[in-house]
Design a protein around this ligand. Structure first.
Ligand SMILES: *Cc1c(COP(=O)(O)O)cnc(C)c1O
Length: 431
């Protein structure tokens, strides 16, 4: 499969190159040249397929021929070493729990898949690749964990000081080995801007091979399409019209869901559920796409003012606003509404959600008001203990720490403070 740049000013490239480069030379995001729908038998037989088989068949066309079949099977098996259960709340609402991985955020799948692809490409290469990544919370931990100990790969993570939770900070600052955390005096968008700038800085790129592990990287982004298929497998016998509500920040996850739909997955509708960072909600209302500085909320992994993957969604819909609108709704919620939803989920369903999942739940509820006969699945994108302060405060109950979380809490944070781009540059050139 070849990939083209959405800025259309760079040559097409291979999967390998797209993964190693992250962003095209013209700063565009890479997009697959073709998307060939899976045969209808794939969906008819889905009950008889394991998650690994589903994932293999779904992703194969995107990585062919550069990752041989047997290697791809191993990568998938190692990536999907935990469960993806659907929990039914009532006849119209379920949640797909994506937090059973090592860092308890859905980003584990993309990070693990990408790390293994990069490890494969780099196995006979003496020059290290440096993965440079900005995180608003969960990416950092998932990437750090996914890449830990991968030969030939160094990881540098930028995170906004004081704007990620304690657990998130521990997850990305305590691993050591090939992982370095940079604590940035700023917000997520500052981190993301610095990363983008470094990719264009020849004084850096002439000395080292940089790549990204944000969802702009195709190997991080595409495996997320598995989730939607896993949910379908669990629900299709009871429900015909399945709608997904996705708590969205950079819009990588929801865009991967749309790729699953392009592959033929019967999805009735998508809901982008947002916090106060509502660029897309506003766009669907007004047709004006106006990126804004990010606003801090209790669902911090979605505090994104200029979602990087929205351009991929525009590409899927060929920039046809009308068509996009028939397939996508978007709602935005305040922190107050998010807390009320956390409490409602706990009181009505005895379900402990995290703030991101709670926003997904609200998206389902709003959509169901005008679409009664569907089944809405909201993605629970992080385990509630990753946002312990907020959750416990709202539901007045203590939540047990799962073993994955306990194991990082006692470790010591190691991070290097930087305040601007010069700080990042100095670090990279001297490391
Ligand atoms: C990253 C993240 C999101 C947003 O996902 P995008 O693909 O960036 O839209 C939502 N919830 C949690 C918990 C996350 O970590």
């Amino acid at each position: 499969m070849n990939y083209y740049s959405l800025n259309r000013k760079a040559p097409d490239t291979t999967f390998t190159n797209a993964v190693i480069k992250g962003l095209a030379p013209d700063r565009g995001l890479y997009f697959p040249e073709t998307i060939t729908p899976l045969p209808t038998s794939f969906f008819e037989d889905i009950d008889h397929k394991s998650y690994s088989e589903i994932a293999f068949e779904a992703i194969q066309q995107f990585v062919n021929p550069e990752i041989p079949e047997s290697v791809l099977k191993t990568i998938i098996k190692e990536t999907l070493s935990f469960d993806f259960p659907v929990v039914k709340l009532n006849d119209h609402i379920s949640t797909l729990e994506l937090f059973h991985g090592p860092t308890m955020a859905f980003k584990d799948v993309g990070a693990r898949f990408m790390a293994r692809c990069l490890g494969y490409f780099n196995q006979n290469n003496d020059n290290d690749v440096t993965v440079l990544v900005a995180t608003s919370g969960d990416t950092g931990g998932a990437v750090a964990n996914g890449f830990l100990g991968v030969k030939g790969v160094k990881v540098v993570i930028l995170y906004p000081s004081g704007k990620v939770s304690d657990i998130q900070e521990k997850q990305l600052t305590t691993l050591g080995q090939n992982i370095t955390a940079l604590e940035v005096d700023g917000v997520f968008d500052d981190c993301q801007d610095m990363v983008k700038k470094a990719f264009l800085d020849e004084s850096i790129t002439s000395k080292m091979q940089l790549t990204s592990a944000n969802s702009i990287n195709v190997a991080r982004w595409l495996p997320q399409l598995f989730y939607f298929m896993f949910a379908y497998k669990q629900l299709h016998q009871q429900h015909d019209d399945i709608v997904f509500s996705i708590p969205s920040g950079n819009f990588g996850n929801i865009c991967a869901g749309m790729i699953a739909q392009q592959l033929g997955l019967p999805v009735k509708h998508f809901i982008a559920s947002n916090n106060a960072n509502n660029v897309v909600t506003e766009y669907l209302k007004t047709e004006n796409y106006t990126p804004k500085p990010s606003v801090q909320t209790i669902s911090n992994a979605m505090d994104v003012g200029n979602p990087s993957n929205f351009i991929r969604i525009q590409e899927i819909y060929k920039n046809n606003f009308g068509q996009l609108k028939t397939n996508l709704s978007s709602f935005s919620y305040t922190d107050g509404e998010t807390k009320a939803a956390l409490l409602e989920l706990y009181e009505q369903y005895n379900y402990v959600a995290d703030p991101h999942g709670a926003i997904g739940y609200l998206g389902c509820k709003d959509y169901l008001k005008t679409n009664e006969n569907v089944h809405c699945v909201f993605l629970e994108t992080a385990h509630p203990t990753k946002f312990l302060d907020v959750v416990e405060d709202v539901i007045h109950t203590t939540v047990d720490l799962p073993p994955q979380i306990q194991s990082v809490m006692g470790k010591n944070k190691v991070a290097k403070q930087i305040s601007n781009y010069e700080g990042l540059k100095a670090f990279l050139l001297n490391a």
